[in-house]
Design a protein around this ligand. Structure first.
Ligand SMILES: [Fe+2]
Length: 517
């Protein structure tokens, strides 16, 4: 269904309600639903910075109760002076804000003015190497022994107190004005962080398990023995009246082995880390041959481990961490975790192996069939016996999964995630799935064949009591008009509520957050 203008709001919503029908039909298996050039057309520079640009719904109606701001972060600059990044994850962070208020909807966007971005803007060429393999022009000789990190602030954006934090896990956050998106500069969070200290791009927001809202996060110092610094900040008013942004507690724990930790999960009593069985050989990085992340590789014959660190706000405060062998597989992102008696349950997206893009591969021509897909699994950790068992929750390629934010750390009925259009096999993400985590029942909204989704954010309806009462917001790359759309879905039915055409072309993005007005 294509209009004269080349685009209709996404017409192909499909519903599947049979939890047992996880085997794809041959027709579904045989044909990817997308044209690769549509997917690859999103890899481009963002060329505009807009301020309070008014938006209207192209179809549907914007819910009056949806009041707040959607913040998105992701790589916005992929080429400079004719030199392309080797991997989009090396692109400079660009933050977009879509604000829903009584007077309508507006959009603003700004590049994060990092030291590296400013210097490269001035030079008109790349001056830094990238973690994911981007090299400075001039070959290995121009890159050898240059181990400086360019803090590109491109992974996530969250509100803490009176500032937005643009996050990049290997170094300090950048503080932004939440209204103008102007970069205030590197933030050490009122002296909590040392300059350059690693600070995760995956904070978790405790909705109030201990009486007040908290941002729980970590930094990791990796080596033959790795140290995790776990920090809890007041994200609303603290338990003792502390202002948002105040550090409420912290602890540091060291573990044997090189830690590659992108994400973690929380329960009321535990911070749960999955240490992938992975090795790091820095030599090719030092020699100027590979990016640091390209020096990570699976460690054959080794087993991953769960590291469970007691939260200072919980029942096991002050106790040492628990270490439990983990099932095989590689995890970037977790969905959620919760406690059930003596067990801690963690739901995560597993890959059969560490997916890496080698130095000779063009990311726009990557063969999806050669890369393992992410699959949602539930792992039940028995704290009494120190063992874990896992079960597959879905056979469909997925990423970027979340539960209702009010259920963070609790057993949840539903999850929302980005999925491939096909029910099996690895493809770009083109649809949003609501999954009933008990029955397996699912509802899917799809942007295929020409749309490509980003991380969905579930926004609960104010005053709503049902877990799936609210909306799901996702930015979609519209391959037909080579620009981005914001799609609002009904979180319960997955029906399309509204589509807003953005006056921007946003490359495939990373993470973002919703801040209620
Ligand atoms: Fe992530």
């Amino acid at each position: 269904m294509t209009s004269v203008a080349g685009w209709l709001p996404y017409p192909s919503m499909s519903l599947a309600t049979d939890p047992s029908s996880t085997s794809p039909s041959p027709q579904v298996m045989a044909r990817p639903a997308y044209d690769r050039s549509d997917w690859a057309s999103a890899f481009r520079n963002v060329t505009l910075e807009l301020t309070d640009e008014p938006l209207k719904a192209r179809s549907g109606a914007i819910p009056a109760e949806l009041q707040g701001t959607l913040y998105r972060n992701g790589p916005g600059r992929l080429e400079r002076g004719g030199h392309w990044v080797h991997h989009p994850f090396d692109g400079d962070g660009m933050v977009t804000a879509v604000s829903f208020g009584a007077k309508g909807v507006t959009l603003s966007n700004r590049f994060v003015r990092t030291e590296g971005w400013l210097a490269e803007e001035k030079a008109g060429k790349p001056l830094y190497r990238g973690v994911f393999g981007t090299q400075k022009p001039g070959g290995p000789l121009a890159n050898v022994l240059d181990v400086r990190l360019k803090n590109i602030a491109n992974t996530h954006v969250v509100r803490l107190g009176d500032q937005l934090l643009a996050l990049w896990e290997a170094s300090s956050p950048h503080a932004l004005d939440p209204h103008t998106l102007e970069t205030r500069g590197l933030s050490l969070l009122d002296g909590v962080l040392k300059p350059g200290e690693a600070f995760s791009a995956h904070p978790r927001f405790d909705p109030g398990h201990h009486g007040s809202e908290r941002m729980v996060t970590f930094g990791v110092k990796s080596g033959p023995r790795s140290t995790i610094r776990l920090m809890e900040f007041a994200s609303g008013e603290g338990p003792g009246g502390e202002p948002p942004g105040t550090l409420l507690s912290e602890r540091s724990d060291s573990f044997n082995g090189f830690a590659f930790l992108h994400d973690f999960a929380i329960t009321p009593n535990w911070a749960v880390f999955l240490q992938n069985a992975i090795a790091f050989n820095p030599l090719p990085f030092a020699l100027g041959l590979k990016g640091a992340a390209q020096c990570l590789a699976s460690k054959p014959g080794s087993q991953g481990q769960f590291w469970l660190i007691p939260r200072d706000s919980g029942a096991f405060a002050g106790q040492p961490p628990r270490v439990v062998p983990a099932p095989e597989g590689f995890v970037f992102h977790h969905l959620n975790a919760w406690e059930e008696g003596q067990t801690v349950v963690v739901e995560s997206i597993y890959y059969a192996d560490f997916p890496s893009i080698g130095p000779d591969t063009d990311f726009r021509r990557v063969d999806f069939d050669l890369i393992p897909e992410g699959l949602l699994e539930r792992c039940t950790i028995d704290l009494a016996s120190g063992t874990a068992r896992s079960e597959r929750l879905s056979e469909r390629c997925c990423e970027f999964a979340m539960v209702n934010p009010r259920r963070e750390g609790l057993n949840s009925h539903y999850a929302w995630m980005a999925v491939a259009e096909r029910e099996s096999g690895n493809d770009p993400l083109q649809a949003i799935k609501k999954l009933d985590l008990s029955s397996g029942e699912r509802r899917v909204w799809s942007a295929a064949p020409r749309g490509f989704v980003s991380e969905p954010l579930m926004v609960p309806r104010p005053g709503g009591t049902e877990e799936d009462d609210g909306w799901v917001l996702t930015v979609v790359w519209n391959g037909a008009r080579c620009a981005s759309d914001l799609v609002i879905l009904d979180a319960s039915t997955m029906g399309e509520v509204a589509v807003l055409e953005l006056p921007l072309a946003l490359p495939h993005g990373l993470h973002g957050s919703w801040v209620t007005a």
